[in-house]
Design a protein around this ligand. Structure first.
Ligand SMILES: *[C@@H]1O[C@H](CO)[C@@H](O)[C@H](O)[C@H]1NC(C)=O
Ligand SMILES: *[C@@H]1O[C@H](CO)[C@@H](O)[C@H](O)[C@H]1NC(C)=O
Length: 298
């Protein structure tokens, strides 16, 4: 397996070298998505609330009145592509939050969040996203999904490079945070992050702003996971840069901005599914936050 990988990489590099005479494009091909839990992850807390199936290619997180649970990546990363197939807690999930996020977890932390807010049976989930830079968040966006996320697995991904952060649902971009350093906006670039997944009770705020409480008679609440993909530039926690910066597939020009079709999909999400966008909240931000100028439709 190892041999074949390096051979194909070498071949790929030689082909690219021959055609373009460019060392910078000798990138490793993207890694496979459908890998087992233990390849990239370890439990974070409440180990007994994580259940493993099919040799660890599928796991469940259980939340009950005692505790939630979670797992985290073994490595820390500076840039890369991260995704997870998740089937959300079905039925009455009000009060629960299922999260998928990158975080550096230090005092001036960077973070990129997906938070799925549960609801009463038949009522829609909300997907809340946020980006923290240097310890500061306050950049919430909230959307409804165009499907019921409890019926089957859907793929949630984060692309993070020096140029942009893109959050995707089934490969459709639902949010982009462009690097707007030129406008004086901090961008996560020099603090490695770990990937975290968790399921917990947040009935003080999650569903209808905390009005709907978790119904513990429905416990355990179960979220399901598979496809534990991580393809990142692995770095020590203290690292300030990625040693292979510029040479990985996600650094290449086609990943430095959304293409025309992706911008159209993003516009579709904003028009049809957006509940809240801090960029358009004039009460909270009388002056448009600088990075929002990079959103083409605002
Ligand atoms: C938690 O739930 C179990 C089962 O429904 C119940 O027996 C127990 O009393 C509950 N504990 C607390 C602290 O609410
Ligand atoms: C839950 O359902 C209510 C009623 O349809 C809706 O207003 C709310 O946005 C939904 N989602 C959450 C997480 O509160």
């Amino acid at each position: 397996m190892q041999k074949m990988d390096s051979y194909s990489t070498l071949t790929r590099c030689l082909i690219i070298l021959a055609s373009l005479a460019s060392v910078a494009l000798c990138t490793n091909p993207p890694r496979p998505v459908d890998v087992p839990f233990s390849r990239n992850y370890v439990p974070t807390w409440a180990y007994d609330h994580i259940k493993y199936f099919n040799g660890g290619s599928e796991v469940q997180l259980h939340l009950d009145n005692n505790t939630g649970t979670g797992f985290q990546s073994k490595g820390s990363y500076l840039f890369g592509h991260f995704s997870m197939n998740i089937k959300m807690v079905p039925g009455d999930s009000a009060g629960t939050v299922t999260a998928f996020y990158l975080s550096s977890q230090n005092s001036e932390h960077d973070e990129i969040d997906f938070e799925f807010l549960g609801n009463r049976t038949g009522q829609p989930y909300i997907l809340q996203t946020n980006v923290f830079t240097g310890g500061k968040g306050d950049k919430e966006q909230r959307i409804y999904l165009w499907f019921d996320p409890t019926l089957k697995y859907h793929r949630y991904s984060i692309l993070w490079n020096l140029y942009q952060i893109v959050l995707l649902v089934d490969n459709i971009p639902i949010r982009v945070f462009k690097n707007s350093k030129d406008l004086g906006v901090k961008f996560p670039f020099n603090q490695p992050m770990k990937m975290y997944n968790s399921l917990w009770n947040a009935d003080d705020w999650a569903t209808r702003g905390g009005l709907e409480k978790t119904d513990w008679s429905k416990a355990p609440f179960i979220a399901q996971y598979k496809g534990f993909h991580i393809d990142g530039c692995e770095a020590s926690v203290e690292a300030k840069f990625c040693a292979t910066q510029g040479k990985r597939w996600w650094d290449q020009p086609q990943f430095q901005d959304l293409d025309a079709s992706q911008w159209r999909w993003l516009r579709w999400v904003r028009r049809k599914y957006t509940i809240y966008n801090y960029c358009t909240d004039k009460t909270r931000y009388p002056q448009l936050p600088s990075e929002c100028k990079r959103n083409r439709d605002i």
